[in-house]
Design a protein around this ligand. Structure first.
Ligand code: FAD
Length: 266
């Protein structure tokens, strides 16, 4: 299988750097092909702007969506964007690896998403009409591929628990899991999170690699997070609200997970 690892840490001798090297070795030892987009080493341009197209803006002002669409459809995207899209199409699985910075991904990785996920590639795919909101949330260009986050945090696991002060980790990662990965079609695996990195030592590092290695071995077989597909009947059209008879009384991000007790529902 082919794996694309998109990695965002500025220091190769960091914990993240060591875990990235471990991940590549483990996957390659199992016979997989791995490409790494090491964003800092690539000096990745993080900001989306008019320079992302080799052509002139379509209108009299730069339009981030429409100019992205025009560049994508007409082969006018800057080379770095087109290359990353090619890697995504090549990959059977995508891993995004990063330290949690201000409760999200580092800006350079967010910039990778914003620029590589062009209109027509990652969004604006499929029929958009009064009856259908395109191929997204479970469908789309990247459907059939798997994705997983490897994330390190300074905070403790309890800080990210159900009643932890930072908010539950599943909620904090929901915009990445659901909005960035499930939206263009990925099946999203539960994240591999390493908490309290300030307390890392050789022994804990070895145990962490052991557990991470198992997760990587199971990349193709582990059940994904059971997000609800947009186009399978669970959401009212065109409001795209969850049908009143499903998970009634519940609120929040978990609404968009199929519960085990309703496994026969869409
Ligand atoms: P490093 O600092 O490189 O290493 C961490 C520890 O691991 C060190 O003790 C190091 O000696 C040890 N180590 C490194 N390599 C090895 C190895 N090979 N073997 C054994 N031990 C090793 N945290 C949060 O929880 N929430 C936030 O919102 C948040 N926001 C942040 C925002 C910014 C701008 C910054 C800079 C930090 C933030 N942090 C936050 C903390 C951040 O998430 C952690 O600092 C980061 O995850 C640690 O990863 P690292 O790769 O930089 O670790």
């Amino acid at each position: 299988m082919n794996v694309l690892l998109v990695y965002a840490h500025p220091e190769p001798r960091s914990l993240n750097g060591a875990l990235k090297d471990f991940t590549v070795s483990r996957l390659e030892a199992a016979g997989h092909s791995v490409q790494v987009s090491d964003l800092y080493a690539m000096n990745w341009k993080a900001s989306l702007d008019a320079r992302d197209s080799t052509g002139a803006p379509l209108g009299d002002r730069f339009d981030p969506s429409l100019d992205s669409k025009h560049a994508f459809e007409n082969g006018l995207q800057s080379e770095d964007i087109a290359l990353e899209q090619k890697k995504l199409l090549w990959a059977d699985a995508l891993i995004l690896q990063f330290p949690l910075w201000w409760f999200s991904m580092p800006a350079i990785l967010k910039g990778w998403v914003e620029r590589v996920y062009a209109y027509g590639f990652a969004y604006g795919v499929g029929e958009h009409s009064d009856a259908r909101w395109g191929d997204r949330y479970g469908e789309g260009t990247l459907a059939g591929k798997r994705a997983m986050l490897i994330v390190t945090t300074g905070g403790w696991e309890s800080h990210y628990g159900a009643r932890g002060i930072n908010g539950p980790i599943d909620d904090l990662l929901f915009p990445i899991h659901h909005g960035i990965l499930y939206y263009p079609g990925f099946d999203v695996l539960p994240p591999f999170v390493i908490y309290r990195t300030g307390k890392m030592d050789e022994m804990r590092y070895a145990a962490t690699c052991e557990t991470l290695g198992q997760r990587l071995d199971n990349l193709w077989t582990a059940p994904p997070i059971p997000f609800r597909p947009q186009n399978a009947g669970a959401y009212e059209i065109p409001a795209l609200t969850l049908r009143a008879d499903i998970a009634s009384g519940n609120t929040g991000f978990a609404l968009h997970h199929i519960q085990s007790c309703e496994s026969q529902s869409p």
